[in-house]
Design a protein around this ligand. Sequence first.
Ligand code: F6P
Length: 345
Amino acid sequence: MRIGMLTGGGDCPGLNAVIRAAVRKGVLHYGDEFVGFMEGWRGVLDDRTMPLDLTTTSGILHRGGTILRSSRTNVKKIEGGFERCLAVLQAHQLDALIAMGGDDTQSISVELVKRGVPCIGVPKTIDNDLSGTDVCFGFDTAVTIATEAVDRLHSTTEAHSRVQVVEVMGRDAGWIAITAGIAGGADVILVPEKPIDMDDLVRLLRARWESGKRFAVVVVAEGAKLPEHTGQISAGTKLDSFGHVRLSGVGQVLAEEIEKRTGYETRSVNLGHTQRGGAPTAFDRMLATRYGVAAIDLVHAGRFGRLVVLKGTAITDIPLEEAIAATRTVGEDLMDVMRGLQPKG
Ligand code: F6P
């Protein structure tokens, strides 16, 4: 079969591992041929490709980023966009197209499936917010990086008897914040799922000082909502092509508010894109590899319009529509773990 592949949206560690696994299984077991579209859907629109074979995908398992590059290109916003995609995909005589991406990228796959394109999706995002899968690849690496940062910040924060606010990514979901926060032993964890209660935050910090621990680490998700601010805090008002603002800055605003209310010296750091960079963890390499192999097997089973997912410990698949229907947010079970570690209100 002739199979196209692309990576769309924010990159994340593990994309190369999926590409390598899919190509290896396809070439070595099915005799497939591959074509890689550059920069997500933009590469399909502009017909920009690179060859994907055993040579071009060799030595990339451990590399972050994506050899196919990425972009946030919304075909729906481009006049005649879907027609252009269909013409290019037809010209390449493709039997299948594998798109690695989050909800934005997969929303385009859904539209193409409606127009007869045999698409398969692979769930990629450090935000871990796609419905229908327990874990997206890239998330474990982002959490590992954020946890290491929280660990490192503990000693300098203690040395200066400060409060240290750490802003992490995740958009409208608090998965990175709550996981890295709990794993790193943060004293306060703030997620978009629950508006920030400043009185409760101050109570927790005071309790910590009174217990003799005169320093604290606060992990805040970029999408967390502060009282007295309408909505989330962003860097400017510009929207990307899928209508998202660039969330950033809540950590600094929060740090100033904490210092004002408590008198404790407070600093903030925004981990930003550091969380998306570098080599994937062993967990993400493994998950990405399983997804890549499963995607090729789905292609050969002729089961299109599906997203490969992890349920418990098993790889399975769900309809693409199900994955983009809603943002998967942090549930009360994890919130209970977090609250269980804090002094009672
Ligand atoms: O969706 C992944 C993500 O890293 C979000 O956590 C973050 O809000 C956004 O992408 C950042 O996007 P960009 O790379 O376009 O600044």
